[in-house]
Design a binder for this molecule. Structure first.
Ligand SMILES: [Mg+2]
Length: 240
């Protein structure tokens, strides 16, 4: 059953599931975590663009920050310039990227606490899958990200169908969607692209020193700044 107005989350197998079917309605909370600069210590899309794409991607990000284009449009404009196949991009990214400490503990914690964990990212789906395809994580962790398709001269994107009235991107669309299901939404992120989701979330963990942390302080969005995922676990323990 498919509806354009409900959330579609993509899994490694590229099968779709809908959160309201996946989540036990009795659970009180969900955790949404950004990928680039949050789960991992680099921005994998920026690495790919610097090596294989338009070096002017920063101008596209600036247009996003000025509100001239949407988050989705910024991603489409950037990834269409990438001239390398997924294998080459993964190889380039893999050499430069590590996990933020204690992400493995966070997955264990969520699994034990039965706290649904979704990675919500505007990054390259195959990069996200490459990093998360270990320790059986993808049996538990869901991914909400655009599906990319390499045409031979660039990537086209198919965005998650997380539409909700008033949302500015699929990130805050997913937050709003989960809230309409009655869940408290905890969000972890680092970038400008996370701000709209952070504003909608029940509580935000912002990576210390990040753009998101700065924006949350500036715009009085209640949040806690964290360096690694053990701090997220500790913060969740207090709040769940
Ligand atoms: Mg990020």
């Amino acid at each position: 059953m498919k509806s354009a107005r409900s959330a579609l989350i993509l899994t490694l197998s590229r099968q779709a599931f809908r959160p309201n079917m996946n989540h036990n309605a009795g659970r009180a909370a969900v955790l949404l975590v950004d990928f680039d600069g949050t789960i991992v210590d680099t921005d994998t899309a920026q690495i790919a663009l610097d090596r294989f794409g338009d070096h002017d991607w920063m101008r596209i990000d600036e247009a996003l920050e000025r509100g001239e284009i949407s988050f989705e449009e910024s991603l489409s404009r950037e990834f269409v310039t990438l001239k390398a196949p997924p294998e080459a991009i993964i190889e380039e990214v893999r050499r430069q990227t590590s996990f933020r400490p204690n992400f493995d503990r966070l997955v264990d914690y969520c699994r034990n606490a039965q706290l649904p964990l979704t990675v919500v990212s505007g990054g390259l789906d195959f990069c996200i899958q490459h990093f998360l395809d270990r320790n059986d994580w993808l049996r538990f962790v869901k991914i909400c990200a655009p599906i990319s398709h390499f045409t031979g001269s660039g990537y086209t994107l198919m965005f998650p169908e997380v539409t909700h009235y008033g949302s500015s991107s699929f990130k805050d669309g997913l937050v709003r969607y989960e809230k309409t299901k009655g869940f408290r939404v905890f969000f972890v992120g680092n970038g400008f692209g996370d701000l709209s989701a952070a504003k909608e979330a029940t509580f935000v963990f912002a990576i210390r020193g990040s753009r998101l942390a700065h924006l949350c302080r500036e715009q009085h969005v209640q949040h806690e700044e964290v360096e690694d995922f053990q701090e997220v676990i500790d913060g969740l323990r207090h709040r769940l």
